[in-house]
Design a protein around this ligand. Sequence first.
Ligand SMILES: C[S@@+](CC[C@H](N)C(=O)[O-])C[C@H]1O[C@@H](n2cnc3c(N)ncnc32)[C@H](O)[C@@H]1O
Length: 218
Amino acid sequence: MQNNTDAGARAYNPVTLKLYDWWVLKISNQYAWRCPTDTVLLPHFKAHAGDNHLDIGVGTGYYLPHLPATVELSLMDLNASSLQAASAKAGHRVKDHLQHDVFKPLPQSWHDRFDSISLFYLLHCLPGSLNDKALAIDNIARALKTEGTLFGATILGEGVAHNAFGRKLMNVYNKKGIFSNRPDSAGLLKDVLTARFERVDVKIEGTVALFTASGRRD
Ligand SMILES: C[S@@+](CC[C@H](N)C(=O)[O-])C[C@H]1O[C@@H](n2cnc3c(N)ncnc32)[C@H](O)[C@@H]1O
């Protein structure tokens, strides 16, 4: 599985990132995934971001300017264009950023450092099954303080009812390797998180799982 970890990052370049907020956050979230950005995803982001927060899989950085000005931000992504777009959007609050593949162990200096880490629409882009993606979650969890919170959102392929628009996008994106989420279900996500954290919550909105996990098991 591990030979193509950048497939879900390659799609993001200055041109696609210009269209991203409109196509993904406005149109697709509302009509394909039935999980609206402003009334569901943004409140989830704001509710769980702590004082020293790391966003991984930053895209355009849409959510970041909505956090209180006191929040210190760090950014991580495999894709340099995404990091650049998100840094520009978040401005002076960005304390640190790292171009990094989550399937590789994080540098020691990023361990035990953050109150919270967000993974919004990252997991469905990662290749393999949720058990394969668990390796990335293991790497990411090292960056949390012991009582820190991991939270995020991911589009599911299994156990949810996709509409015609959603099925079309699922087919195209999975064929191109932009998504790898056909077997991803809320139950599997909960199992992977529960094996690593003491407190886990997974809720479904439309075809999206909204999750939080805290109390890292070491
Ligand atoms: C769909 S975008 C999500 C953007 C934003 N978080 C949102 O919710 O709208 C996925 C992001 O994850 C990044 N990404 C994909 N695979 C990655 C990997 N293996 N390691 C780190 N980042 C990755 C992509 O470059 C892209 O910026």
